[in-house]
Design a protein around this ligand. Structure first.
Ligand SMILES: NC(=O)C1=CN([C@@H]2O[C@H](COP(=O)(O)OP(=O)(O)OC[C@H]3O[C@@H](n4cnc5c(N)ncnc54)[C@H](OP(=O)(O)O)[C@@H]3O)[C@@H](O)[C@H]2O)C=CC1
Ligand SMILES: CC[C@](O)(C(C)=O)C(=O)O
Ligand SMILES: [Mg+2]
Ligand SMILES: [Mg+2]
Length: 490
């Protein structure tokens, strides 16, 4: 097999990268009806598998789980996930032959072996679905020509796919039909119904492509969503310790700070998050973010370039072949960091205090969201897709850090995302050495400008506000959030 993207002409690469149509709510008027009464079998009951299945069953769909023999025999967590939620569980041989839709929600590393095992059992004319384009695009998996191949990709960790659904909302979702596999022309209708079943249509659905999804998803997860939140957590915590801030307070400020400050981002964009700061703090955060963008831009561009060329995928697949040696080593090292090993103190920190004492964290979020958006759109990803993959998903990842720090984030995200997160973190921390040398507790750990006058230079404030509101991520975000009428605060 070869990288499908690299076999395309430049013209086709650009066409598939640029496939991104925001779907109007009215296009989902039929809800799940196309899949109603159909046998839907999910392979894998992990982060995405369990949570998508719960949502789809609650939406009235017939869901069961086909697990590998070992998972059933050893009653592994995946088996418990399904049984404890009263789903039918069976082997591939028992469930796949009668399935109308087979949803592959196993780790990307396993896709070639899983699909090779499951495909011969699938009935003629059935549909195979993915939630990430890696196997089709980066590995070039070839699917039986009578089968329809679709993708329904939530731009969210599995846990929040469920939490937002339970709030009566959903998560932004990319859907696609593999152009090489749509023999009956039913792919789009089935993908729409599946997306509606997960609640994705309430947040926003883009008619996209496997190529656009995989290239944007890898970029978002490696940089702003996981990589920079990991780097920012560790650097912010270590700086506060170095400067004598109480360790428990520092741990709480970081663990719950991302969730708090990015809730403002989710509801009102970067503009709202920055407006929660005092005038002096806003200007300070803006200047810090500009400095961070200048330092980190080459690294963001390297990640984008390595994803586009297939170099990232090749590097990660070499680790797969080496029994995940690096992934497991980096996972263990992360667990040994001071931030991970220091429990959050029982201090009471008000919502506003997270902003007042976390100016550096606000700067990390602003610089990371803007850089990821800019780098993706410069490389052919469309604004709406880049928005979902950078700004909107950041608070959803921050929710996982609030639960159980970086451990929970790296547990819930895919192994693919976790691997990319570590790559970025290892490269970014040394890049920020000099920047962090000039950081003090005024911007992390203490109330910025406390007791001082709120006065600032009008010209500077006007320029900052203009730059905030004029960034393309704010323009597209304002429009997309207008359709998120069911969005709820956490
Ligand atoms: N995690 C996330 O939030 C997101 C993930 N995705 C995509 O969703 C897909 C699933 O990812 P995710 O939910 O994180 O995966 P998880 O690692 O959470 O779950 C994987 C599931 O697959 C099973 N599994 C593992 N290895 C095999 C194998 N060789 N054969 C059969 N089953 C196997 C596991 O059960 P057991 O080991 O017990 O057999 C488990 O049930 C991936 O393509 C990912 O890129 C997309 C968006 C977000
Ligand atoms: C951000 C990581 C992710 O892409 C996701 C939750 O969307 C993943 O692969 O887990
Ligand atoms: Mg993702
Ligand atoms: Mg991903």
């Amino acid at each position: 097999m070869t990288n499908y993207f690299n076999t395309l002409s430049l013209r086709d690469k650009l066409t598939q990268l640029g496939k991104c149509r925001f779907m109007e709510n009215g296009e989902f008027a039929d809800g799940v009806s196309v899949l109603k009464g159909k046998k839907i079998v999910i392979v894998g009951c992990g982060a995405q598998g369990l949570n998508q299945g719960l949502n789809m069953r609650d939406s009235g769909l017939d869901i069961s789980y086909a697990l590998r023999d070992a998972a059933i025999k050893e009653k592994r967590q995946s088996y418990k996930n399904a049984k404890e939620n009263n789903f039918t569980v069976g082997t591939y041989e028992e469930l796949i032959p009668s399935a109308d839709l087979v949803i592959n929600l196993t780790p990307d590393k396993q896709h070639t072996s899983v699909v090779s095992t499951v495909m011969p059992l699938m009935k003629k004319g059935a549909t195979l679905s993915y939630s990430h384009g890696f196997n089709i695009v980066e590995e070039g998996m070839q699917i039986r020509e009578d089968l329809t191949v679709i993708m329904v990709a939530p731009k969210s960790p599995g846990s929040e796919v469920r939490e937002e659904y339970k709030r009566g909302f959903g998560v932004p979702t990319l859907i696609a039909v593999h152009p090489e596999n749509d023999p009956q022309g039913k792919g789009l209708a089935q993908a729409k119904a599946y997306a509606a079943g997960t609640g994705g249509h309430k947040a926003g659905v883009l008619e996209s492509s496997f190529v656009a999804e995989v290239k944007s998803d890898l970029m978002g997860e490696q940089t702003i969503l996981c990589g920079l939140l990991q780097t920012g957590s560790i650097l912010s915590f270590n700086k506060m310790l170095e400067k004598g801030i109480d360790a428990g307070y520092a741990s709480r400020l970081v663990q719950y700070g991302w969730e708090t400050i990015t809730e403002g981002l989710k509801l009102g964009g970067i503009t709202n998050m920055m407006d929660r700061l005092s005038n002096p703090a806003k200007i300070r955060a803006f200047d810090l973010a500009e400095e961070l963008k200048e330092i980190m831009r080459p690294l963001f561009q390297k990640h984008m370039d390595d994803i586009m060329s297939g170099h990232f995928s090749k590097t990660m697949m070499e680790d797969w072949a080496n029994d995940d040696k690096n992934l497991l080593k980096w996972r263990a090292e992360t667990g040994e960091t001071a931030f991970e090993k220091t429990p959050a103190g029982d201090d009471t920190i008000s919502e506003q205090e997270y902003y007042n004492n976390g100016v550096l964290m606000v700067a990390f979020v602003k610089s990371g969201v803007e850089l990821a958006f800019e780098t993706m759109t410069e490389s052919g990803i469309i604004d709406e897709s880049a928005y979902y993959e950078s700004l909107h998903e950041t608070p959803l990842i921050a929710n996982t850090i609030a639960r159980k720090k970086l451990f929970e984030m790296n547990r819930v995200i895919s192994d693919t995302a976790e691997y990319g997160c570590y790559l970025f973190d290892h490269a970014c921390k040394p890049l920020l050495d000099n920047f962090m040398k000039n950081i003090d507790t005024d911007v992390i750990g203490k109330h910025y400008g406390e007791g001082e006058d709120n006065g600032v230079d009008n010209g500077k404030l006007i320029a900052v506000n203009k730059a905030l509101r004029g960034h393309p991520v704010e323009i597209v975000g304002t429009r997309l959030r207008e359709s998120m009428t069911a969005m709820k605060p956490i």
